[in-house]
Design a protein around this ligand. Structure first.
Ligand code: GLA
Length: 388
């Protein structure tokens, strides 16, 4: 009988992990190795100068996608996805070693809090009281201050189901000037639909501000084979928030129509980035918040990014009202990342789903105030695929 050896062969193949490999668009590529057991593993990743141990979590799914994230800053250090031929490549900027992450890099892969982006003059008032935050960006407060959530060591635990990790910490009353003890939880879940789901939760014991986001620099070429200028970006937004020369919103919600900020149809990031429009001069490229077109409070599609050469795609859906697009304008080649590659200007693209910058000083912007008894809860889903 020929059936028996065939069954045995299939069994052996499945056990060794040598199975049909389903890629993002649902097609199957025979013969590609997938991890023996999709899920979660952890390992020690060294210690900080103060002697705090850092743990690395590795999440994998059944299609071989692999994400590494650590307890320092909840930093996503690598994310491997297939290109159109099935070859895996790392699509995020970062470093090989912990000590490099401890040298104050520009927020590679990190959770940002308490407040993503700038608060003008580091000042805001809430319920008639004014607060002074630390200033760390000229006269302004940026990404939570001198020691934001990106520099904290988080507690972490595997999520209850699937390949997931939940980071948590208490940001103490007064941290960087913010009122209230803030209990924060951020979870990363890698699904077999090739999604990375990020859930953010927070509660407070005093009225405070919260605007959490994730600062991964994407580069879909894989292993930084090129810059991000050829990536085609589509943003579902009719308006954006123009900024002054110090990147603080003017308060206006300006139409994108007829400007280099119109990404309603897929457009290469590099197509207009060097035009002389004052807003591009202010941002040194794109460093702006788009006002997402929304019809309700739920998860809604916001972004599609396509890298034509590798075929890699990234779709983003979110519950958030805004998207900060940062085209790595301040990268200047002095930082050497993974494999010793130097990260020059525009080698990474941040797509930060969040509330608008400086919201506390613009009462017309959606509110970022959290009060005791309320729960801050937002979700962003990144889906990785391949273009046909
Ligand atoms: C954000 C800001 C940028 C810059 C980067 C980090 O995205 O909008 O201006 O500060 O973070 O370098």
């Amino acid at each position: 009988m020929i059936v028996r050896p065939l069954i045995l062969l299939l069994l052996a193949a499945a056990m060794s992990g040598f199975v049909l490999h389903a890629v993002a668009d649902g097609q199957a590529t025979p013969g590609r190795r997938t991890p023996a057991r999709p899920g979660l593993t952890t390992h020690p990743y060294g210690k900080t100068a103060e002697g705090h141990a850092v743990t690395m979590f590795a999440l994998t799914n059944t299609h071989g996608l692999e994400l590494h994230a650590m307890t320092l800053g909840g930093i996503i250090t690598s994310l491997k996805t297939p290109d159109r031929s099935g070859a895996m490549g790392d699509i995020v900027l970062g470093f090989d070693r912990l000590d490099e992450y401890l040298k104050d890099p520009p927020y590679f892969g990190a959770i940002i809090g308490r407040y993503g982006n700038r608060i003008a003059g580091g000042r805001f008032s809430l319920d008639g009281r004014s607060y002074d935050l630390t200033t760390n960006n000229g006269p302004h407060h940026l990404h939570g201050g001198r020691k934001g959530f990106d520099k904290a060591i988080w507690q972490a635990a595997p999520s209850a189901s699937g390949a997931g990790v939940t980071f948590s910490r208490t940001s103490p009353d007064g941290e960087e000037g913010y009122p209230g003890n803030l209990q924060v939880r951020v979870s990363y879940t890698l699904t077999d639909r090739n999604e990375l789901i990020i859930d953010y939760h927070a509660t407070t014991d005093k009225p405070t501000l919260v605007n959490l986001t994730q600062h991964t620099y994407f580069n879909l070429t894989g292993d930084v084979a090129g810059d991000i200028l050829g990536h085609e970006l589509m943003i579902r937004a009719d308006r954006f928030t123009p900024v002054d020369a110090t990147l603080i919103p003017t308060g206006e919600l300006a139409p994108v129509q007829g400007t280099p900020f119109d990404f309603r149809k897929p457009t290469a990031i590099g197509a207009r980035i060097d035009q002389s429009a004052q807003q591009l001069v202010n941002g040194k490229g794109y460093d702006h918040n788009w006002v997402l077109n929304r019809s309700g409070q739920g998860l809604e599609p916001a972004v599609r990014l396509v890298e034509p050469k590798s075929g890699r795609t990234l779709d983003i859906a979110t519950t958030q009202p805004g998207l900060q697009v940062y085209t790595g304008n301040f990268l200047d080649g002095t930082i050497r990342g993974k494999g010793g590659r130097s990260y020059s200007q525009r080698t990474g693209l941040c797509l930060e789903t969040q509330h608008f910058p400086d919201s506390p000083n613009h009462p017309a912007f959606p509110s970022t105030i959290l009060r005791p008894g309320q729960e801050y809860s937002t979700k962003t889903v990144f889906t990785f695929g391949v273009a046909k």
